[in-house]
Design a protein around this ligand. Structure first.
Ligand SMILES: C[S@@+](CC[C@H](N)C(=O)[O-])C[C@H]1O[C@@H](n2cnc3c(N)ncnc32)[C@H](O)[C@@H]1O
Length: 380
C-alpha cells in the first residue's frame, strides 16, 4: 500500500477531483496543485493512468520528511523501501524541484538522493545496481524545507494520449481540453462545435468522453517496463476499458479557417478512432450560423502573443459576439488570455474561471444561452 499523488494544472483541480470521484475514489482535497490518494496499490496505478482524463501524471509517494540539510535528505531518501519498486537493473533518473527551501541546488539534491537510493538498494539486494534496464524517474520535491519523494509511474505526461502525432502551432493539452469539456454544459446530447479547432483536440476529446473511451488505453506507461509491476493488473484494466466503450450518435463538428489544420485534425481523429463521429470543415468562424436548436461551442481562438496579432484577436472577439447573438439557444465557451474579450464580445461572461494554458494566464469564459425546456409530465 502506498499513497498516490496526482498533480493537476492550475485551475482544473476541481475537475480532477470530480473525475476521481467518478472513478470510485473519495472526494479528496488538492493541496499545492496535487491530490493525494491514500492506501493505493498497483491496480490503482494502472486504473488512474488509463482512465483519468485531466490529471497530469500518477506519482507514487515513497517518503516525506523535513529536509534542511543534505544529511537529512540522504537519511530520508535512504529510509524508503526502494526494493519494492526498483531492482538492480533500474536506470534511476532523479529530478529535483525546490521552493522556498534551504536546499536549493538541484544538481546537489539529485546527486545526494541518487546516492542514497543506490546505496539502499545495494544494502538490501546485496548486489550493485547496474542501471542497464528500464528507466524509473524519481522526483524530489522540497517545498518549505519538507521533502516529498515520488516515483513517476506515467512516463510521458497523461496529456500524451498518443493520437496527436502531427505538429501544430499552439495546440491545447489534451488533459486541459478534457477539463474544458467537463466544465461545460455539453453532455453528449447537444450539437458540439469548435469553430477554431486547429489540430482537433477539443472535438476529439469530446468524442473520447461521450463514447466512454479510456484516454490512456492505447499508450505506453513507465510502470509497464518495471519488473515489480504485475502486468495482469494492467491487462485487466485495459479489458475493462475496452468493454466500457459505448457507441452512440453524436453531433460533433470542428472547423478552422486553415485547411492544413483540418487535414491535421482529421488525421488525429482517425488515430484516436473517432473520425466517423466528427465532421471537419474549413470555414471562417466569424460567419458561423446554425438553426438546428441547442448547441455548445468550446474554442481557444488565436492568442495574439506576437506583436501585431492583437488586432486579429480583437476582431475575432467582436465577431464571435455577433455570431453568439444570433444563436439564442447556444452556450459559448472561450479559453483566452485576452483581457478585453468580454468588452469586444459585447457581454459580460456568465462565468469566468482563471486557468493556465502552456504557462499563459487565461480565462475560461462561459456565455450561456437559453436552457432547453424541461420535460413536463402532462396533468390528467
Ligand atoms: C490556438 S489555435 C487552436 C488550437 C486547437 N485548440 C488545438 O488544440 O489544436 C487557434 C486556431 O484558430 C484558427 N483561426 C484563426 N482565425 C480563424 C477564423 N476567423 N475562423 C476559424 N478559425 C480561425 C487558426 O487557424 C488556429 O488553428
Amino acid at each position: 500500500m502506498f499513497d498516490i499523488l496526482v498533480p493537476c494544472a492550475t485551475g482544473i483541480e476541481a475537475v480532477v477531483k470530480r473525475q476521481l470521484v467518478q472513478l470510485g475514489y473519495p472526494e479528496l482535497p488538492a493541496v499545492n496543485g496535487r491530490i493525494r490518494i491514500p492506501q493505493c496499490d498497483w491496480e490503482d496505478v494502472a486504473m488512474l493512468n488509463i482512465f483519468l482524463r485531466s490529471g497530469e501524471r500518477v506519482l507514487i509517494n515513497v517518503a516525506r520528511f523535513p529536509s534542511e540539510t543534505f544529511d537529512e535528505l540522504y537519511d530520508g531518501v535512504y529510509s524508503a523501501d526502494w526494493h519494492n519498486y526498483l531492482d538492480d537493473s533500474s536506470v534511476i533518473n532523479v529530478v529535483a524541484k525546490t521552493v522556498r527551501s534551504k536546499l536549493f541546488a538541484h544538481h546537489s539534491v539529485q546527486g545526494v538522493a541518487k546516492k542514497a537510493i543506490v546505496t539502499k538498494l545495494r544494502d538490501v539486494l546485496h548486489r550493485t545496481v547496474e542501471e542497464n534496464g528500464s528507466v524509473t524517474v524519481v522526483e524530489i520535491d522540497i517545498t518549505d524545507n519538507v521533502a516529498e519523494v515520488n516515483i513517476d509511474t506515467s512516463g510521458a505526461g497523461l496529456h500524451k494520449r498518443g493520437y496527436r502525432t502531427l505538429a501544430y502551432s499552439a495546440p491545447l493539452k489534451e488533459t486541459t481540453a478534457a477539463a474544458l469539456i467537463d466544465l461545460s454544459y455539453w453532455r453528449g446530447d447537444k450539437i458540439f462545435t469548435d469553430l477554431f479547432c486547429g489540430s482537433g483536440t477539443l472535438p476529439i476529446e469530446c468524442c473520447i468522453k461521450a463514447l466512454n473511451i479510456a484516454p490512456g488505453v492505447n499508450r505506453d506507461f513507465d510502470y509497464l517496463h518495471w519488473k515489480c509491476f504485475p502486468l495482469q493488473l494492467h491487462e485487466r484494466c485495459i479489458e475493462r476499458a475496452r468493454d466500457g466503450v459505448k457507441h452512440r450518435d453524436l453531433q460533433v463538428y470542428g472547423s478552422d479557417i486553415d485547411g492544413k489544420a483540418i487535414e491535421t485534425a482529421r488525421f488525429h481523429a482517425r488515430r484516436a478512432g473517432v473520425e466517423k463521429y466528427i465532421t471537419f470543415t474549413t470555414a471562417d468562424a466569424t460567419t458561423f450560423y446554425d438553426n438546428r436548436g441547442y448547441g455548445v461551442n468550446i474554442s481557444n481562438p488565436p492568442y495574439g502573443q506576437r506583436l501585431g496579432d492583437l488586432k486579429q484577436v480583437e476582431e475575432i472577439a467582436c465577431a464571435m459576439g455577433r455570431v453568439y447573438r444570433k444563436l439564442d439557444n447556444w452556450n459559448f465557451y472561450f479559453l483566452t488570455p485576452f483581457e478585453k474579450f468580454e468588452r469586444c464580445f459585447g457581454r459580460r461572461a456568465d462565468k469566468k474561471r482563471p486557468l493556465f494554458n502552456a504557462g499563459i494566464k487565461c480565462s475560461y469564459l462561459s456565455f450561456n444561452g437559453a436552457p432547453p425546456p424541461k420535460n413536463r409530465t402532462p396533468k390528467n
